[in-house]
Design a protein around this ligand. Structure first.
Ligand code: HPA
Ligand code: ZN
Length: 335
């Protein structure tokens, strides 16, 4: 393993943009399809992998929702979560804020008690076994109506102690932030922290609206901010975190190749960017794979990586004392 990756692994990092349903590996997908006798248009894990050839966000989402259909009982959700948390342990991700999509499950008749118990047990086990720190971001699917988001907020009430934040994901174009203005206001009154996907495929105006109408504290993706210099200036001034996902951006054709990814310019411009994996098996890698690709294709340096790790800890919703502790460790100079 390269010196660069060993160094990045040793840095305490937070992962802030990771869809737990998007961590479903093809092998687990096939295992669960067999277990629950779900009919899939694939016979082997290799067939599934071959289908990971996307032209845009929607072509990925179609496969992602098909994949999620094999998650049925509490143990499935437990295993999915526990496997990702083990990955965090192995990659030096000391804190993770994971997104989940309740509507993907409730629409199939699988209730909150099933997935929340599975997630909760895995989170407790990882915390008990190696002190893994984590929290959950409940996302509304933006292609569904506002009413469904309100129903989801209501159904989450008995599980509120397990959920720190609200997010917004799925098809961005044609589903602008204002569609969810009222449900975000209601969630804020209930004490949730707020984030939203914006400016992945959608225009910079969606980022402005996520900030002004939804009152989010972080923007997921946000890479299209670069088309609006005034917005860039605002994001720099307010230090608004942008949870950037490089491998995802390339796989979903937001940028043609990794060499075209603007993350180093974003860092130089003073934007508060972090690196994240989004949906790792679908996009070709976990967090360290993203760092490795940035190093190889864009010349990301150790000092850039340290800055990105600092940004990730600062942009997380962990308590002040833990934050200060990790930042203290990150002031170590690069070798
Ligand atoms: N964008 C929007 N919705 C998603 C994504 C994403 O990258 N991953 C899972 N749902
Ligand atoms: Zn995402």
């Amino acid at each position: 393993m390269s010196e660069f990756i060993d160094y990045v692994r040793s840095l305490p990092k937070a992962e802030l943009h990771l869809h737990i349903e998007g961590t479903l590996e093809p092998s687990m997908l096939m295992e669960l399809a067999k277990k629950h006798q779900v009919d899939l248009p694939y016979s082997t894990a290799a067939d599934v992998e071959r289908a990971y050839d996307f032209e845009d966000l929607q072509s990925f989402l179609d496969l992602y929702y098909l994949g999620a259909s094999v998650l049925i009982d509490e143990d499935d959700f437990y295993s999915l979560m526990f496997r990702y948390l083990e990955r965090c342990r192995d990659e030096g991700i000391v804190h993770t804020e994971m997104m989940f999509d309740p509507q993907t499950h409730t629409e199939r008749g699988i209730g909150f008690s099933v997935f929340m118990r599975g997630f909760g047990r895995a989170i407790e086990d990882a915390k008990g076994q190696w002190g893994q720190s984590s929290s959950l971001i409940m996302c509304f699917l933006r292609h569904l109506p506002e009413e469904s988001a309100f129903e989801t907020l209501k159904a989450a009430e008995p599980f509120k102690s397990q959920i720190m934040s609200i997010g917004l994901d799925s098809s961005e174009l044609g589903h602008p932030p204002e569609k969810f203005e009222r449900v975000y206001a209601a969630a804020s009154l209930q004490g949730y922290r707020l984030v939203a996907h914006a400016g992945e495929e959608g225009p910079p105006a969606y980022i402005v609206d996520a900030l002004d109408r939804l009152k989010v504290e972080r923007i997921d993706h946000g890479v299209r901010c670069l088309e609006d210099p005034e917005l860039v200036e605002r994001l720099v001034k307010t230090k608004t975190p942008l949870t950037v996902c490089p491998l995802s951006n390339v796989r979903l054709c937001v940028f043609e190749t990794m060499a075209d990814h603007p993350i180093r310019q974003m860092l130089k411009r003073g934007l508060n960017v972090t690196v994240n994996a989004d949906d790792p098996p679908y996009f070709g890698g976990y967090l360290l794979d993203n760092f490795e690709a940035l190093h190889r294709e864009l010349g990301l340096t150790m000092e850039d990586a340290r800055q990105l790790a600092v940004n990730s800890i600062r942009s997380s919703f962990i308590d002040e004392a833990s934050c200060a502790g990790w930042l203290d460790q990150l002031s170590v100079p690069t070798p």
